[in-house]
Design a protein around this ligand. Sequence first.
Ligand code: N01
Length: 548
Amino acid sequence: MTGKKKSVHVKPDYDAVVIGAGFSGLYMLHSLRENGYSTKVFEKADDVGGTWYWNRYPGARCDSDSVYYNYTFSEELFKGWTWSSRYPEQAEILTYLNYVADTLHLRDGIQFNTTINHANYNEENNLWRIYTEDGDSVTATYFITAVGCLSASNVPNFKGLDSFKGNWYHTGQWPHEGVDFTGQKVGVIGTGSSGVQSIPVIAKEADHLTVFQRTPQYCFPARNHPYDPEFVKETKEKFSQLKTELRESHSGQIIKSRKPSALDDTSEDRNKAYEDRWQQGGYLFIYDDLLINEESNETAAEFIRSKIAETVKNPETAQKLMPSYHWGTKRQILDTDYYETYNRDNVSLIDVRSNPIEEITPNGIKTTAGEEEFDAIVFATGFDGMTGPLFRMDIHGKDGIALKDKWEEGSQTRTYLGLSTNGFPNMFMITGPESPSVLSNMPISIEQHVEWITDCINYMQKSDIDLIEANEEAEKEWSKHCRDIAEETLYTKTDSWYMGANIEGKARGFLIYLGGVGTYRKICKEVAENGYEGFDLISSTKTHSYTK
Ligand code: N01
C-alpha cells in the first residue's frame, strides 16, 4: 500500500543510526556511506568486533569453515585476507574485523564506549530519537539494529551469587587480560557451545574442574587443521563462483552433496559414513532427513552415544554424558577433546538435572548432593537469544508501544521477513528473529540483509517515500510461515534457546526461518521487485537529506 501522510519536517542529525559494530554494523556503515547517507554507528565496546570482541573465553573459536566465514561483498577484501586454519580462534577473527574496519576507514563513523538504552519513534516528524546511557540523544530517519543475536548474556538468577568470595565470569563477557586458572578449583556451569569449547582448555590449567551439566550434548569432533596453501589459493581464484554459490546455498556454506535419507543406507553403510565424518571432523550433515525424521535422527544420535561410551572410560560418567533429545535440535557443537576431558583425574561432572543447584555460597556451589568449594565459577549459561539484545535497547514504536510489550503480550515474536516489524516504521533489524540468522553462516546472511536494507532506502529516496512499515497481515503470514516450516522439523520438539526456552517467562516459539538462505534471498528480492510488497509505504511533503 502506498499513501500520504502529513508530518512536520525536522532535519534529522543523521540519515541512519546503526547500533553495533560487529559483522553487521561494519558492513551497514560502509554500505550506507557508499550510497551517500550520513550514518552514525553506536557501539558499547571500545572497539569493533561484536560477538568476537566479547567472547574471549578460553577455547573460543569459529565453527564454520573460515574461508566461508567472511564478507564476500568485496573481492579485494576477500583476497587480501588469509585464514590460518579451518576453525580459527577468536583473536584471529577479531583481527579480521579490525582489518576490514581499517581497510574501509570505518572507525570515524563509530562512537565507541556508548550504550544505547532507549530508542523512540516520533510520529509527528517521522524520526527516530536514539538515547545513550548518558542521556545524550540523536535523531535519524532510519534506525538499524546490528546488535547480533547472542549479545545479551544470561546469568541465571542463582540465590547467593552476590555472596561468592571468589571470582566469577560469564563466557560472553570475558576479561580482556584473560584469566589464569592455574592452581585453582573451578566450577563451570553449562555445556552448550561455549562450555564445550572452554571446558577442555580450563581443565588443562586448573587444579580441579567440576562441570555442572543440565543437558548432555551431542558433540562431533572439529579436527581443526591449518589450511593447505593450495586450497586457499584456489578458493581465492574462484571468488566470483564461490560468492554466488554461498549466497544461493541452503545454509550460506558449501556443503558436500548429501543423501536424501539415513534410512536408505544399510546400518553398516550408515555407520561407515558416520565414522568417516567422525574421523574427518566437521558437521554430521550426511543425510537430508536427519532433522525431520525421528527414526533417521536416532541413527545419528545413537552413533554419537556409542562414541561417548567408547571414549569416556568411567561408565557412570559416560552415562551422564549421554544425550537423549533429538540430535541437532539444540545448536550442533564441534568440539576438540570434549569427551576425552572427562578421562582426566582433575575433572568431575555433576548432573544438575538430578541434583539441582540450590544456591551459590560464599565458598562455592551447593546442589542437592552437597556443597563444593571453588576459587572461580564460569557461567557458560548462554544468552537471551535473538530478542534479548533488542529488548535491552527499550525500543518504542508508534503510539509509544514497546517492542518487548508487542512481542511478549501476544506471547509471540512477530516480524515481516525478520527485517522489520509492524508499528516500528523505518526500523530495520539485521539478522532479526524469523530470518535465517543463527541457523546459517552469519556473514552471508548479514550481507544479504545489509544489501536489501540499502536497496530499500535507495528506493524510498528515489521514490520520495518517507516511511516504510511492515504490514500487519504480511507480518502475520510471515510469522506463521516460519512456524509452519519449523513444525515440520524436529527442532520444535526440544527445549532450546532457538525456542526461547532458556529464559524464564520468555514467549515460546521458534525464532528462525528454516527455509534456507537461497530461498530466503529470493523471497526478499521478489518483495522488493514487487514494490516492497507487504510493506506500507507512505509519502509526505517532507524533504529528505539524500545526498547522492
Ligand atoms: O549457550 P547455550 P552458549 N542451571 O544456551 C546451561 C553460539 N556460540 O553460550 O541445555 C544449569 O547453548 C544450559 O543447559 P540446558 C551458538 O549459536 C557459537 O554455550 O538449557 N545450567 C546449557 O548447557 C550457541 O548455541 C560458538 O539444559 C544452565 C548452557 O547452560 C550460542 O552461542 C561458540 C542454567 C547454555 O548453553 C550459545 O551458546 C559459542 C541453569 N540455570 C557459542 N541455565 C561457535 O563455535 C543455562 N544452563 C561459533
